[in-house]
Design a protein around this ligand. Structure first.
Ligand code: CAA
Length: 280
């Protein structure tokens, strides 16, 4: 097993491609347009350049990693891979279409994993002809830095698929935790409602974003305050996760803050658009 494909070259997709290529796999990064792929590759190049500058990586290794990453806009070009990780936007309909396409071109023994933050793996699995080979391999942002991966079993995932995925994750030098499918899994079920609550505090004028973040950094030892973290994760992603928790559990404790909705509608999505709760 030495060939992988990553679908989607955004924040998570390019990070995953970099990590997988660094571990020695040949990676094909797939996206709809060449310009998206170029942007993803630029980010990877920048991250690797930074590592070389900090003397954490040799220039020769950087070139080898980059050589192991190919890009394509055609699913036909990933026929030979052993594992696929989907990292397209957090929308179940888009993901289902991607899963159907992947199922058509990939050999029957290939694992199809999703990096979804909160959506149902069972719903994705059942659009394929291999639901037992579908699971969640959920990375954290920034992917190159964060050690954790949630390995999420849909209710039909086979033990063999889980074991193969666990070995793959270990080969990436990440630590896996085993999770049975449930909305938001473990980390986002805890983290995103906390971020949403911090946004309620801003909305209710209890404190300003800077003071809320300082409070959580100095009062709870969080490396980043909840609003800076919202900007890192992306406010659109935070809202999508809150919507999933609210819809799936039907519990009003998961309602999204109005301010979060307004900021997403205004296109203030955080770091990726240059403005969220802070300016970048
Ligand atoms: N991309 C790549 N590398 C980055 C980075 C980025 N965006 N930001 C920081 N780094 C790297 C730095 O280059 C540095 O690397 P070295 O150790 O090799 O020098 C390292 O991270 C530490 O960076 P800094 O010293 O500049 O800054 P820091 O001490 O504040 O650490 C951080 C940065 C690791 C991101 C830290 O702030 C942190 O842990 N934040 C919390 C992140 C978090 O909670 N992520 C989970 C989000 S939830 C999620 O992703 C799930 C989901 O589905 C939504």
């Amino acid at each position: 097993m030495n060939k992988a494909a990553v679908i989607g070259s955004g924040t998570m997709g390019n990070g995953i491609a970099q990590v997988v290529a660094t571990a020695g796999y040949n990676v094909t990064l797939v996206d709809l347009k060449k310009e998206y792929l170029n942007r993803g590759m630029e980010t990877i190049q920048k991250n690797l350049d930074r590592a070389v500058k900090k003397e954490k990586l040799e220039d020769k290794e950087k070139k080898e990693i980059l050589n192991r990453i190919n890009t394509t806009t055609e699913y036909e070009n990933i026929k030979e891979v052993n594992i696929v990780i989907e990292a397209v936007p957090e929308n179940i309909e888009i993901k289902k279409e991607v899963f159907k396409e992947l199922d058509k071109v990939l050999n029957q023994d290939v694992i199809i994993a999703s990096n979804t933050s909160a959506l149902s793996l069972t719903e994705l699995a059942t659009v394929t002809s291999r639901p037992e080979k579908v699971l969640g391999i959920h990375f954290f942002n920034p992917v190159t830095v964060m050690k954790l991966v949630e390995l999420i079993k849909n209710i039909i995932t086979s033990q063999d698929t889980y074991d193969r995925a666990k070995k793959f994750v270990a080969s990436l030098n990440k630590t896996a935790v085993e999770v049975n499918e449930s909305p938001g899994f473990v980390v986002n079920r805890l983290l995103i409602p906390m971020i949403n609550e911090a946004i309620f505090l801003v909305e209710e004028n209890v404190a300003c974003p800077d003071d809320i973040d300082t409070a959580m950094k100095l009062g709870a030892n969080h490396p980043l305050g909840p609003l800076a973290l919202a900007d890192l994760v992306g406010l659109d992603v935070c809202l999508a996760i809150m919507e999933t928790l609210h819809k799936e559990f039907g519990d009003s404790k998961y309602r999204a803050s109005t301010l979060l909705r307004k900021k997403v509608r205004a296109g203030q999505l955080g770091r990726k658009t240059g403005e969220g709760f802070y300016q970048y």
